[in-house]
Design a protein around this ligand. Structure first.
Ligand code: IDP
Ligand code: MG
Length: 139
């Protein structure tokens, strides 16, 4: 099934200059970028994006990190895009991520883990709409 998912190349990965390397992985895996932009999230934009985690002990630190510099946000489209991107990303904790995954290659720790990917069709719908109006998606 053709799906769309939201990906974020987080500020740590942008600082490491691996934007191109990560986008190449998406394209090689058959995930087509149909929307893309660089944004520097304010803390409140990060808090809104991660509202589902607001009760978690790491919430404030996560939102400080996500607003610490520019990120690249993308909509990826392709067959089974949500699960496929989660597989490309690897486990949340880079120390537990399989070799060959983005987080194994570029993550630093469980917080600074290089990329985000939607985890279900419901979250993908919310997350894509959070950053992109329909007219900015070229699928
Ligand atoms: P996911 O990004 O693999 O879906 P989530 O559990 O949804 O993982 O957590 C969202 C983000 O919050 C993670 O990508 C990571 O940046 C951060 N995070 C998750 N768990 C921890 C933790 O235990 N300590 C610090 N940061 C965390
Ligand atoms: Mg998540």
């Amino acid at each position: 099934m053709i799906e769309r998912t939201l990906a974020i190349i987080k500020p740590d990965a942008v600082r490491k200059r691996v934007i191109g390397e990560i986008i190449n992985r998406y394209e090689q895996a058959g995930l087509t970028p149909v929307a893309i932009k660089m944004i520097h999230m304010s803390k409140s934009v990060a808090e809104g994006f991660y509202a589902v985690h607001k009760a978690r002990p790491f919430f404030d630190s996560l939102c400080t990190f996500m607003s610490s510099g520019p990120s690249v946000v993308l909509v990826l489209q392709g067959d089974n895009a949500i699960k496929k991107n989660r597989e490309l990303m690897g486990a949340t904790d880079p120390a537990k991520a399989e070799p060959g995954t983005i987080r194994h290659a570029h993550g630093t720790n469980i917080e600074f883990n290089a990329v985000h990917g939607s985890d279900s069709p419901e979250t993908a719908g919310f997350e894509i709409g959070y950053f992109f109006p329909g007219m900015e998606i070229f699928g």
